[in-house]
Structure formats: C-alpha cells, structure tokens
Design a binder for this molecule. Structure first.
Ligand SMILES: [Zn+2]
Length: 87
C-alpha cells in the first residue's frame, strides 16, 4: 500500500497516511479540522521502484553466476572480442 504525505494548511503539520489507491484522499486534518492537501511523496514511490529493481537485479545476478559472460558486458571490452576471434 502506498504511503501518502499530507500537509495541513491550518497548523502546517505534515504527516503520512497509508491508503489504498482506491481510497479517497484526505481533505480534513483530524488533529485540528483544517484543510489538508496531499504532497507528492516521491521517496515512497522511489523506494518501491528500487525494491523492484533490486529483486530483478538479484535474479539476473544469480543466473549470471553460471555464465561468465557478465564480465564481458562492459562496452569497452566489446571491440577486443572480434580481434581475439581473428586469431
Ligand atoms: Zn492541522
């Protein structure tokens, strides 16, 4: 579930709220009754994205351990390969 960050326009307090995507955005600060607006919580989204990426990377890494080709992935090494073949 995503975490949304809200800021109260009346008291200036910022707080996080865990909501489902389907949930209505909060409009009233429970603490003081003032209007709140949702902030774009980039960190939360980034965290989720990074997690996905790491999972993906770990998968590729484990499968690559059986294939030494990973070492030759750098583009700088690529030109050297054909010359070795020409031997
Ligand atoms: Zn408030």
């Amino acid at each position: 579930m995503p975490v949304y960050e809200y800021r109260c326009d009346t008291c200036g307090q910022t707080f996080e709220l865990i909501q489902k995507f389907a949930d209505e955005p909060l409009t009233v600060h429970e603490g003081c009754g003032g209007p709140v607006h949702r902030l774009l919580s980039a960190p939360a989204l980034q965290f989720k994205g990074t997690g996905w990426y790491i999972t993906d990377y770990a998968k590729g890494k484990s499968s690559a351990s059986s294939t030494p080709a990973t070492k030759e992935t750098p583009k700088a090494d690529a030109p050297a390969k054909p010359s070795t073949d020409n031997k």
